[in-house]
Design a binder for this molecule. Structure first.
Ligand code: HMG
Length: 391
């Protein structure tokens, strides 16, 4: 059995957007049989950001309750993981650091590798805490998934941020060694700097994801990881929830296990509740899966959970975490339900208007329409600068 290291996730909180588009509205617009969305890809709705929301406002909203509960004093590093970056130079984390009033004696950096970024952030955070167990690292994973209108990817959009406090003696999940790693240079999904929406080879991306599952598991096994039977549940990256089922079926096949649907469902279904209604949140998605599992299952203390993080392009990592006894006292289940329940439904026309909105690039003074009822907003673009405010 892999050795436990008592470093991991001490607190986890997520935030999502002001608006939500039910898949029924999309299906009605494009004439798709709703079963394709509800059953075929396993999605019910997707979060849509208001005009004054972005990865910074979502990231700060996700992290604020963590700061309120644990204070600022021990946080020496903020790692902001995203693939919806707002600036080529400045880390979105610096804006979040400012909005949260974190001390100036902090290192802040942004990380990118498609949906894998948050896992890199988590693993680097574990390394920092291992070096100095007195310090805490704030990991923020925040993304807006956007595909072209009328494209196959349109039904798999979404947006959310997950914030995690990483430290020694964690209250929620201990992150274990080893990790199984996999990198392969594939063009399954990418977003050139001049595009707002991602480009994707849909079928190719599914094949690439499954290849990454198989290969990162193989490396995990070779590094001396746990056997498949030891895991109670698996948090997969969920571009849409059905992908997690496909991934687990593939893993069982790879290991020559029976691919019994009830067994697959037991391992995966508890991780899908939030992703099913939020949509693809890219790098936040695996950890929304963890939030769903922790909030829904009550038999987890001491149990190993498998994590499979996949980021197109591609990098993947399989690792294990053990749920800490007493974790339920530290959950934020009502706040998570509130974040989902408070979203305002959009009709197709209103969604389309937000989708087609693009930021002015002339450096002029452009106030942003007031739409969010969240704690932070992007108030304006002024002189090529983003201006944020607390609501
Ligand atoms: P599509 O062509 O719209 O859909 O593409 P489809 O025809 O493949 O149908 C989807 C499923 O619905 C199929 O099931 C159909 O049979 C079923 P499957 O064969 O997969 O089991 N279906 C129905 N079921 C019930 N009732 C019906 C019905 N009709 C059809 N009436 C695709 C789907 C996901 C490819 C598309 O939405 C897409 O391109 N999405 C974006 C790419 C993506 O999400 N790829 C996933 C892997 S890559 C990844 O996860 C990384 C990513 O997050 C990016 C990152 O790392 O940053 C994307």
């Amino acid at each position: 059995m892999a050795a436990d290291c008592a470093i991991g996730i001490h607190d986890l909180s997520f935030a999502t957007t002001e608006f939500v588009l039910p898949h029924t509205a999309l299906a009605e617009h494009n004439g798709t049989e709703i079963g394709k969305y509800h059953v075929g890809i396993g999605q019910r709705s997707m979060s849509v950001p208001g005009a004054d929301e972005d990865i910074v406002t979502m990231g700060a909203a996700a992290a604020e309750p963590i700061i309120a509960r644990h204070g600022r004093g021990r946080i020496r590093t903020v790692v902001f993981a995203t693939e919806s970056s707002i600036d080529q130079a400045k880390s979105a984390g610096v804006y979040v650091h400012s909005l949260l009033g974190l001390p100036s004696a902090t290192r802040v950096v942004e990380l990118k590798q498609a949906c894998y970024g948050a896992t890199a952030a988590l693993q680097f955070a574990v390394g920092l805490v291992l070096r100095d167990p007195a310090q805490q690292v704030l990991v923020v994973a925040s993304d807006i998934s956007k595909y072209d209108l009328e494209s196959p990817g349109e039904a798999t959009q979404g947006a959310a941020a997950v914030a995690m406090l990483v430290c020694s003696d964690p209250a929620l999940v201990r992150i274990e060694e080893p990790s199984g790693l996999f990198t392969s240079d594939v063009m399954d999904f990418w977003r050139p700097n001049y595009r707002d929406a991602a480009l994707v080879d849909g079928e190719g991306s599914i094949t690439a994801y499954l290849q990454a599952v198989e290969s990162s598991w193989k490396d995990y096994t070779e590094q001396g990881g746990r056997s498949l039977d030891e895991f109670t549940a698996f948090c997969y990256h969920q571009p849409y929830t059905k992908m997690a089922y496909k991934a687990h079926r593939h893993l069982l096949n790879t290991c020559a296990y029976d691919t019994d649907e009830a067994r697959i469902s037991r391992a995966v279904e508890p991780t899908t509740a939030y992703n099913m209604v939020i949509g693809n949140s890219y790098t936040a998605s695996t950890y929304l899966g963890l939030a769903s599992l922790l909030d829904r299952a009550d038999d987890l203390p001491g149990r190993p959970i498998g994590f499979l993080s996949y980021g197109s392009g591609s990098v993947a990592e399989f690792f294990a975490g053990t749920v800490v006894p007493g974790y339920r006292e530290h959950l934020r289940t009502p706040a998570h339900h509130e974040a989902i329940g408070r979203r305002r439904p959009l009709d197709y026309a209103a969604y389309r208007e937000l989708h087609e909105r693009s930021f002015p690039t002339d450096g002029g003074d452009h106030p942003t329409p007031s739409q969010t009822t969240g704690p932070y907003r992007l108030a304006a673009l002024r002189g090529h600068k983003r201006v944020y405010e607390r609501c």
